[in-house]
Structures are given as structure tokens and as C-alpha cells.
Design a protein. Structure first.
Ligand code: FAD
Length: 411
């Protein structure tokens, strides 16, 4: 009952915050690309809270977080106070209990402040959701509340040095010994690695192939668990990344496997990949707000811009791709929420389309800025860098193509 109250309070905070913001409008977005189009009043409210938070707490810091590679713990904890630490986690363990569509709207808005930090927050949310969905009651009540407040941070560990796209071939093993598991193996590319407190680790508890894979929660500080160097990345630098290593036969997890097989994993993947796409939208939106209206752009093109058909056509194409991307994400989010059979295909299509088109938009935008676009004084270069990686992570776009063609052949 206490947890239910905490969860409801969190949701209450979010709803109260949005009421107080109801009279303000932080955006000046042309009607046809307005991200609140088609949303109900409550969703518009969540969106406003997230936009406001992004503008106030994230956007002023995003360049510094990027350049100094900072993991902004305090700001993320403030985001959690608004209910963004466990957005689609159930309320009885401290989550906000919102839908997939609500979540995508919130992530899109947060990404306008910092795509990189929102990418990490989306992974953290996915981990909390996995424990909430697949954990037993003891695990849910132990791990979810501190994740929802972001008192603790979580990371997702699937990729290994020898298995990326072909995740089903992963080698990290977990062997049962009495009431605990002995883990052997190493994981690569862990967003939040070394910073997070809780690691949701995909490992082999059964035979070869996807059916032999389970998921185990490993806490930081577990004897035998260590982390590699902080990786130097091209972008999303505030989402610190490290590999993890297990000393042979030394890493003991006293938790049970959370998931029975790889199918659950696919659901998790599909789920988070739609948020990754939402980040793309947010990125572009921030750009529409800031850079298209920037003094520099106006000086450069001035009234000529209104006459330049080339420029106008480019803007028209970019806006069309943006709106199409948003529609695809929201359609996929609803399919996922309803656990429909077409959810995996729709999520994959949306990830493929959105991450490619939105990167192209950012790249075009940089081009339109000329040499200035390449300077770190202008945010457009960061949007371009931060958007590139989404074609690779959460299942590369080649993997998305495979999932789509598999669905088509099944039909
Ligand atoms: C910034 C960043 C953050 C990340 N965060 C996480 C994280 O938090 N947790 C986590 O577990 N992982 C994470 N990853 C890892 C990411 O999911 C993998 O990099 C991705 O799945 C690709 O795997 P790989 O790098 O091993 O490339 P590979 O699988 O070796 O693929 C190399 C290339 O070949 C293509 N390819 C592979 N197989 C085929 C095929 N059958 N047909 C056609 N093309 C194919 C791929 O699409 C890719 O272009 C992150 C990666 C990055 C860059």
C-alpha cells in the first residue's frame, strides 16, 4: 500500500506540475509540425512538463556535458522527481504507470534538452521496466523503487566483444549453484557502465540459441565484477560507456533469472528502440526551435530565404520527414502497448525510417549552416553527432531490415 502511494504521488507530482505549466507555452513551433498535434490534454500536459524541464535543466548544459563527458546525476534525479525515472513502470513500485505512447511523447520532449542524457534515461527506464515486468514480487519491490527515484541507476548489458547484432550467440554464462548463480563472461558497450548501480545482464542459462538466454540482475560492488576504461565516443558523451569483466568463477548473483527466454528480450528491444526514435524527433525539434530561427540563419539568408526555392524545398522535405517519423513512432508505440503481433515489425520499421531520415535532416541542417555548422559554438553539430549512433544501437538498422523482412515472409 505504501508503495502504491509513493507511485501515485509520483504520478501526482507529474500531473500537478503540468497543471501549473498549463498556461505557459515554451515552444513557438509552426502549427503543422507541432509535436502536440493529435495528443489528448493529459499527454499535452506531460509533454509540456518535459519540454520545460528540458529547456530549463538540460539544454543550457548539453554542450558542457558533451565536451567534459559528464554523467549528470543531479539533473537526472530531478527528472525522476517528475516521474521520468520509471515512466512505464507500474505505480505500486514507484513508477508513473504511463503508456508507451505517453513515454515516447515524454522522451521526444526531453531530447530537445539533451539527446545523449535522454538516451541514457531511456535505457534506465527500460531496465526498470524489465525488472517490473519479468521480476518476481520480491525483485520488483527491491529494485524498482530506487530506480524510479534514480537514487540508483541501471544499465543494460547485452552486447559482448564477440556478439553484437547476433545477440543470440552471446557467451556470458550463469550457472546455478544452490540459491545463486556464478557468472562468467564479459560485456561491451554498456551505457552507464561503471556509473550505474544495477546491471541487467543477458546471459546463457540454457543451451545454445535464443531460448537458452535469461536475464540476471547484478549489483555494482559484486566481488569479481570490474569495469574497463571510459570509452571515447564520437557522440552521446554524457551517457558514459564502459565494458565490464567478470573474474572467472568469482561473480555471484543471488538473484533469480528474470526472463525465461530471448523472446522477452526482443520485446524489450522493440520497446526501447521506439524511444530511441523519439530522441531523434526531439533532436530535430530542438533544432527547428533554435537553429532555424537563429540570428545567423536569418542574416545569411534574410529575405532571400523566402524567395529561395531550393531552401524552401529543403525545409519542406525536412518537415515532411519529421512529421512522417513522428506518426510512425506513435503508431508503433500503440501497437507495442496493445502487444499486437505487428508490434515488432512496426517498431523495426519506425526505427529504420526515423533514425535514417532524422540523421539526414540533422546533416542537411549542418550543411545549411555552412562552416559555422561545424563550429561547437552552434548546437547543430551536436544534434548531428548525437543522432548518428541511433542507426547502430538498440539493434542496428540492418537488423531492423532483417526483422521487417522476416515479418513480411511470415505473413
Ligand atoms: C554509443 C553506444 C552505446 C551502446 N549502448 C549499449 C548498451 O547500453 N548495452 C548494450 O548491450 N549494447 C550497447 N551498444 C552496443 C550496440 O547495441 C552494438 O554496437 C550493436 O548491436 C551492433 O553490434 P556490433 O557493434 O557488435 O556490430 P556487428 O554486429 O559486428 O555489426 C557490424 C555491421 O554489420 C552489420 N551486420 C551484422 N550482421 C549482419 C547481417 N546478418 N546482415 C547484414 N548486415 C549485418 C551491422 O548492422 C553493422 O553495420 C552500444 C553501442 C554504442 C555505439
Amino acid at each position: 500500500v505504501a508503495m502504491l502511494r509513493t507511485g501515485s504521488r509520483r504520478l501526482g507530482c507529474l500531473r500537478a506540475a503540468l497543471q501549473s505549466l498549463a498556461q505557459t507555452d515554451h515552444r513557438s513551433i509552426t502549427f503543422c509540425i507541432d509535436p502536440s498535434l493529435g495528443l489528448n490534454e493529459e499527454q499535452k500536459g506531460f509533454q509540456k512538463v518535459a519540454f520545460d524541464f528540458a529547456a530549463r535543466e538540460m539544454a543550457p548544459n548539453m554542450a558542457e556535458w558533451d565536451q567534459k563527458e559528464l554523467f549528470p546525476v543531479d539533473v537526472m534525479r530531478k527528472a525522476a522527481q517528475l516521474g521520468f525515472g520509471g515512466i512505464y513502470v507500474r505505480t505500486d513500485v514507484g513508477g508513473s504507470g504511463l503508456s508507451r505512447l505517453d513515454t515516447s511523447v515524454i522522451f521526444e520532449a526531453l531530447a530537445t534538452g539533451c539527446t545523449s542524457t535522454t538516451a541514457y534515461i531511456s535505457i534506465h527506464n527500460m531496465c526498470a521496466w524489465m525488472i517490473d515486468s519479468f521480476g518476481n514480487e520480491e525483485q520488483r519491490h527491491k529494485f524498482c523503487p530506487p530506480l524510479c527515484t534514480m537514487e540508483k541507476f541501471a544499465s543494460y548489458c547485452l552486447t559482448e566483444p564477440g556478439s553484437g547484432s547476433d545477440a543470440a550467440s552471446l557467451l556470458t554464462s550463469a550457472k546455478r549453484q544452490g540459491d545463486h548463480y556464478i557468472l562468467n563472461g564479459s560485456k561491451a558497450f554498456i551505457s552507464g557502465g561503471g556509473e550505474s548501480d544495477i546491471y541487467v545482464v543477458m546471459c546463457r542459462t540454457g543451451g545454445s540459441g535464443p531460448k537458452g538466454i535469461s536475464c540476471i540482475v547484478v549489483e555494482k560492488g559484486t566481488p569479481g565484477l570490474s569495469f574497463g576504461k571510459k570509452e571515447k565516443k564520437v557522440s552521446i558523451s554524457s551517457a558514459i560507456m564502459r565494458s565490464s569483466y567478470g573474474e572467472p568463477d568469482k561473480v555471484v548473483a543471488d538473484n533469480l533469472g528474470l526472463m525465461e527466454g530471448f523472446l522477452g528480450q526482443i520485446r524489450a528491444f522493440g520497446g526501447n528502440s521506439i524511444y530511441i526514435k523519439s530522441l531523434q524527433l526531439g533532436t530535430i525539434h530542438a533544432f527547428y526551435n533554435k537553429d532555424f530561427t537563429s540570428v545567423r540563419m536569418q542574416q545569411q539568408f534574410g529575405k532571400k530565404a523566402q524567395r529561395s526555392q531550393y531552401l524552401q524545398f529543403q525545409l519542406a522535405d525536412m518537415a515532411t520527414k519529421l512529421v512522417a517519423s513522428r506518426l510512425m513512432i506513435r503508431t508503433a508505440a500503440v501497437a507495442l502497448q496493445e502487444e499486437r503481433e505487428d508490434a515488432v515489425a512496426l517498431c523495426s520499421m519506425a526505427k529504420l525510417f526515423v533514425t535514417e531520415e532524422c540523421f539526414t535532416i540533422c546533416n542537411q541542417a549542418l550543411q545549411m549552416h555552412g562552416g559555422y555548422g561545424y563550429l561547437k559554438d552552434y548546437a547543430v553539430q551536436q544534434y548531428m553527432r548525437d543522432s548518428r549512433v541511433h542507426q547502430i544501437l538498440e539493434g542496428s538498422n540492418e537488423v531492423m531490415r532483417m526483422l521487417i523482412s522476416r515479418s513480411l515472409l511470415q505473413d
